[in-house]
Design a protein around this ligand. Sequence first.
Ligand code: ZN
Ligand code: FE
Length: 254
Amino acid sequence: MLKILQIPVLTDNYIYLIHDLNSKQTAAIDPAVAEPVLNELEKQGWELSYVFNTHHHGDHVGGNLALKEKTGCKIVAAKSDQHRIPGVDITMQDGDSFQLGEHRITIIETAGHTTGHVVYHFPEDNLLFCGDTLFVMGCGRLFEGTAQQMWQSLQKLKHLPEQTKVYCAHEYSLNNGRFALTVEPDNQALQSRMAQIKQLREKNLATVPSTIAEELATNPFFREDSLSIQKNLNMAGKTAVEIFTALRKLKDNF
Ligand code: ZN
Ligand code: FE
């Protein structure tokens, strides 16, 4: 059994703590800051075994060294990014596996937001910790990679089982949904999801996690095949990568 805690930090980041009840191992995903993680560990009576980083940005690795110093945890990150992630102990490449107790985690490389971005997938538990690659109704900005790379990365996530829970690193849903409605205003699943998300945000509640199924139904970056999106972009007959590229550009300027 895994227990997952979501810690909101900074403006809109989420840090996740994953605790395996059997082995008592605990992992923190993308600790932007250390203090709230240490507080939560103490509150729960958990010891930190690992930090998993998805990419090198400060709002994902800022707490690495303090956590390592205070807890002795090991830091897991992409091999290709080990030179720019603080305190890395264990490096991973696409397809590598890792264990948290009896729970298997596989690493999927998802270049795009950064060139070395990776996500952590628990295939038997149907959990995905995807950092800044996939968001609720959105995807990460292209800071280092190309649109082609990001599209390819999103294809890998799009084909995970639909019940997979999607734990992204930011609460961007409201703004992402507003953009999604401009390119696919007649999508009813999107309309009702936005109504839900507005209610949650009015109460300052998290809209994360979502599921792959929800993203398939509402996330424009998973929906290049939507005739409505193609028509609204004046891109009927264009390739999925061309449509994705156009969507990403529009969102950059939204
Ligand atoms: Zn980032
Ligand atoms: Fe971020």
